[in-house]
Design a protein around this ligand. Structure first.
Ligand SMILES: [Zn+2]
Length: 221
């Protein structure tokens, strides 16, 4: 094995062209600190993804599990809106990395230390017949921490999620705040939670926010 190096770029992924489905825009709730327009990169979380996320990070609660940092993977797919050129990821599943070695400030997701999570993720991806892929990772900044990408977070993003279609989501389950980023340069992206009207699951309804919806107004045009 001399002179051989795996660089992980064997088959470059090109997102399929598909208009943003109407159901993702109806009854959706965006949130972003710095962006009042959607921009070119968007991350949607489906109701199923939100349910799985809530099961893991216990949105709007404080307990022994979610007062330390938690992390996991986002599984779904990435598309390009042909009319606008916007690149959007649809996260359909959130796979908790439960065994993550966690400190209060930094979470490091290593492939080797999360065999359980990656096995479940691989099963999801295999069963989908190529319809699902890892679109990014998520982690929490609990309690009094702001939602941002720390130096360690940015290093993780640069190392493992350097493609422009790979997203990072940072959430604070107590402050009910979240922010999304994408690519190796860790650029902020719009993040949209899809919370259907009349959703029976309270677990999903708690992801509603009253934040201004100029992002959605622009997308619904
Ligand atoms: Zn962090």
């Amino acid at each position: 094995m001399k002179g051989f190096k795996v660089i992980g770029r064997s088959a470059e992924f090109v997102p399929e062209e598909r208009p943003i489905p109407a159901e993702l825009l109806n009854d959706s709730y965006p949130y972003s600190y710095t962006k009042s327009d959607p921009g070119t990169y968007l991350l949607f979380l489906t109701p199923q993804a939100l349910r799985e996320l809530d099961e893991h990070i216990h949105w709007n609660k404080s307990d022994d599990e979610n007062m330390i940092e938690q992390a996991g993977y986002m599984v779904g797919n990435v598309y390009k809106d042909p009319a606008t050129g916007r690149l959007y990821a649809v996260a359909e599943h959130m796979v908790p990395a439960r065994d993550t070695a966690s400190s209060f400030v930094h979470v490091i997701i290593g492939y080797d230390s999360n065999i359980d999570a990656t096995n479940r993720e691989m099963k999801l991806i295999e069963q989908s017949g190529g319809k699902l892929r890892r679109v990014g990772w998520y982690h929490t900044h609990p309690a009094f921490l702001n939602v941002f990408m720390s130096v360690t977070d940015a290093q993780t993003q640069k190392k493992d999620y350097f493609n422009d279609w790979q997203f990072a989501l940072v959430l604070n389950p107590q402050a009910l705040e979240w922010r999304a980023f994408h690519g190796g340069d860790v650029t902020e992206a719009s993040c949209i939670f899809v919370v259907p009207e009349g959703e029976e699951y309270g677990d999903v309804a708690v992801f509603r926010t009253s934040s201004e919806d100029s992002v959605l107004k622009e997308l619904r045009k």
